[in-house]
Design a protein. Structure first.
Length: 203
């Protein structure tokens, strides 16, 4: 579910330009996957812990009554402790459930024990209970392969989060390791920018 949607504006020139961007993103994904694999386990662990501490101190976190967050997998900034903290604070917590073909639902959970391996091997709710669109979320934690400081993100290429969001959401927050932060990331017109990018060093 760690995937990014691509698309092209109308017209031959727009199609060619969008095709160039897609190729640039494809090359960048390969490069960033290789870079991420080289990050040490100690860095991933320590940076993830510092990122979580910063997240839980954000006014946006404290004010949020509803949270939609990805369930982290190997070598991603860990969200599981943050999800447990959100549940302990009484927030309404939603996580992705893959529906296939780049589509996902935000399904409410009341415990991480409700999660089982999904279609892509990512933990997700076994059953569809209450679902909610982005307009009903106060805070949305979005994964990435890499991101830029101005809110651009690069996912894995399937478009799940871009299709779910559909347009800019003021509560989106992308979690990114500082060592995977880039000055610029190519985007198509269908890629949704983030309101904020949080690393282990950002305040």
């Amino acid at each position: 579910m760690r995937k990014e949607m691509t698309g092209a504006p109308d017209g031959p020139r727009g199609t060619a330009a969008a095709s160039d961007v897609r190729e640039s993103k494809k090359r960048l994904r390969a490069e960033m996957r290789a870079r991420r694999e080289k990050l040490s386990e100690s860095y991933l662990r320590d940076a993830g812990a510092r990122m979580r501490q910063r997240l839980l101190r954000l006014p946006a976190w404290e004010a949020a009554e509803s949270l939609f967050a990805y369930v982290s997998t190997e070598r991603e900034p860990d969200t599981r402790l943050a999800l447990r903290q959100a549940l302990a604070e009484g927030k309404q917590v939603f996580v992705p459930k893959c529906m296939g073909q780049g589509r996902m639902l935000a399904v409410q959970i009341r415990s991480l024990e409700e999660l089982v391996p999904g279609k892509l091997g990512i933990p997700e709710p076994e059953h569809r209970t209450e679902i909610r669109g982005p307009e009903g979320m106060d805070l949305i934690l979005v994964p990435c392969l890499c991101a830029s400081t101005d809110g651009k993100r690069l996912g894995h290429g399937g478009g799940y989060y871009d299709r779910y969001l559909r347009k800019f959401h003021p509560g989106t927050l992308c979690l990114c390791f500082e060592k995977l932060l880039l000055p610029e990331i190519p985007l198509t017109e269908l890629d949704i920018p983030m309101a904020r990018v949080l690393t282990e060093k950002t305040k």
